[in-house]
Write a protein that binds this ligand. Structure first.
Ligand code: ADP
Length: 164
């Protein structure tokens, strides 16, 4: 049977850290599905549609990765619909560990068949988060090194529109 994993996140925006986890995760499974979801507790920079398009463009070079979006549904239910038996998440720090542990245990409660799998963030990206990048972006700081090319270009376009 095909080993399918779902990597859920808000990806607002997708960072090089996310992309690194996706590239490494893709090697562990037959298929990796990136789920671009809404995080109700976070203010968004890009719309759901924009994020979906940017993630698709940024992972186009990885053969066994596809990207989906889903509104208003539990992650465990999305995984079941997709036939995914694994959830992939990244861990940068002890803070992420505590947060991810709560989510993973709750997901286990909701669906005992679903296994969460964690990849440690690569050291070069372990200080990178969408939230911090957003703070820097607001003040026009340089975040080029931490964004996949399509995301950086979309951001530049957004800046030009704001300046007009
Ligand atoms: P969420 O809003 O669900 O936390 P995010 O888009 O912020 O979604 O993150 C999705 C997943 O990617 C989380 O498991 C997060 O820990 C992981 N992640 C975020 N940034 C990095 C990074 N720099 N390196 C590795 N994993 C990361």
């Amino acid at each position: 049977m095909k080993r399918i994993a779902l990597f859920p996140g808000s990806f607002d925006p997708l960072t090089m850290g996310h992309l690194d986890t996706i590239e490494r995760g893709a090697q562990l499974f037959d298929e990796l599905i990136v789920g671009v979801f809404v995080n109700t507790s976070k203010k968004s920079l890009f719309s759901g549609e924009e994020r979906l398009a940017l993630v698709k463009e940024s992972v186009a070079h990885i053969e066994n990765v596809r990207v989906i979006t889903q509104a208003r549904k539990l992650t465990v239910e999305v995984a079941e619909d997709l036939g995914a038996k694994f959830l992939l998440r990244g861990i940068r720090s002890i803070k992420d560990y505590e947060y991810e542990k709560e989510i993973a245990l709750m997901n286990k409660h909701l669906d005992s068949q679903l296994e969460s799998v964690f990849l440690l963030a690569s050291p070069k990206y372990s200080h990178v988060s969408s939230s911090i990048l957003k703070e820097i972006i607001i003040f026009d700081g340089d975040v080029k090194d931490y964004l996949p090319k399509p995301v950086y270009e979309a951001l530049e376009k957004k800046r030009e529109q704001i300046e007009k």
